[in-house]
Design a protein around this ligand. Sequence first.
Ligand SMILES: Cc1cc2nc3c(=O)[nH]c(=O)nc-3n(C[C@H](O)[C@H](O)[C@H](O)COP(=O)(O)OP(=O)(O)OC[C@H]3O[C@@H](n4cnc5c(N)ncnc54)[C@H](O)[C@@H]3O)c2cc1C
Length: 445
Amino acid sequence: MTQQQAIVMGGSIAGLLASRVLSDFYDRVIILDRDRLPVTPQPRRGVPQSVQPHVLFTQGYRILEDFFPKIGKDLQAAGAVPIDWGREFHYFNQGAWNATADTDSELVSFTCTRPLLEATIRQRLQQRENVEFWSNCRVIGLEGSAEGQEVSGVRFTTPEHPQTQIAKADLVVDASGRGSLAPSWLKALGMTPPPVTRVDAHLGYATRRYRIPENAHFPWKVMLIAQEPPDNPRLGYLAQVEDNQWISTLGGYERDYPPLEDEGFLNFARSLADSEFYDCIRQAEPLSELRAHRATANRLYHYEKIKLPRGFVALGDAVCALCPVYGQGMTVSALSAEVLANCLEMAQRRGSPLDSNDFQKRLARNNAYPWSVAVGQDSAFPSVQSAASRSNPFSSLLQGYFRRLLKLSHQDGSFHVRFMAIAHMVASPLSLFHPRLLWQALVKG
Ligand SMILES: Cc1cc2nc3c(=O)[nH]c(=O)nc-3n(C[C@H](O)[C@H](O)[C@H](O)COP(=O)(O)OP(=O)(O)OC[C@H]3O[C@@H](n4cnc5c(N)ncnc54)[C@H](O)[C@@H]3O)c2cc1C
């Protein structure tokens, strides 16, 4: 089978990882991005969330290492801070801090800014000879057959050539993020757009970078003071990143948005359920403006429910955009790229092109768990709580059980590690239903 040309719309995390996979199967992979992609790590307009904090889960990091062996070394050389989430992540919930592990855990990754992570992945991908980056190219539509059965390329413009240009491809991958216009482009070709589900708990972030004070020593590299639905909508997240800096984020659900001026920001920090976040930042030197982000709704396009044309698939935030508090998006993108690799391998064995519908069905199964985590927790806030979830005694029972388990991790670091393994997507959530754990939760929790 010769697969000649694949086009990826969007050169951010999902697009980069999908391109890495495609480069094993296609002669030529072209990434089109509307931004001029920077050489050094810098926030950019096409990724407005790039100034906000980005947790890289252990599972996401492991997949990165699979795709780009020894990328951890590149990250560390660029200043990213290695972290053991069992020992060095401090988490305040239900009125207390979690105990942490005394010894090293296997839950490792890096804490760094989003631009540094993206630039490091991009540099590794640029080393692959059959991958091309077309910067400053804005896709404005899809090319397809009149009968609506095939996508055969994309239409795009550049600042130098505002008239429409066409690039042909055997496969077009939509990785253009939360604002993807692919559903309306499919419709314009006479195809059925996917149905959509939205769950919005109206979370807003405000983020600022600080210099970590000299001689300051903390047992954590990342800390989170969590929201407690339904009554407490506020959270604080503080993480060490490259260049001896903290990235500090306040969040408020239910439109309780953190202020964007100094005094208001500090007052909001002081109002968190514990004082440690405030104590850290109040005397630290601010290094940036306060930057807000409010596009945080959970939004899912159900591509698995429509009949897709040949030659088109979608992944990453373009399919499943999640509320960012749960830190899942980049890892979900990495897992999506793995699903793509599996489907391409199957197609290669069959000697046929990628089956778009089969891919989207497999991807939907993969996305179901992270979606349920984000939507399940956001639904505990009154503005999104549906009548169904309110009156579902099983879901209340489950939430009660998880709360008891989390309380156990206030005293016992091994529970913290167990929870982190699930949160970081390296262990199955079913492991929380081990009979010994159920017993401990009932007796001690
Ligand atoms: C506030 C916030 C905080 C987050 N925190 C975390 C976190 O802690 N951990 C985590 O794992 N994830 C986090 N995420 C999610 C994470 O940012 C995304 O899941 C991840 O970047 C994958 O997204 P993507 O590549 O699909 O899309 P994006 O990162 O949004 O990128 C889309 C790309 O497509 C390009 N593009 C768009 N339209 C066009 C077009 N028409 N033509 C050409 N190019 C186009 C854009 O320029 C951009 O490069 C957060 C998200 C937000 C909003």
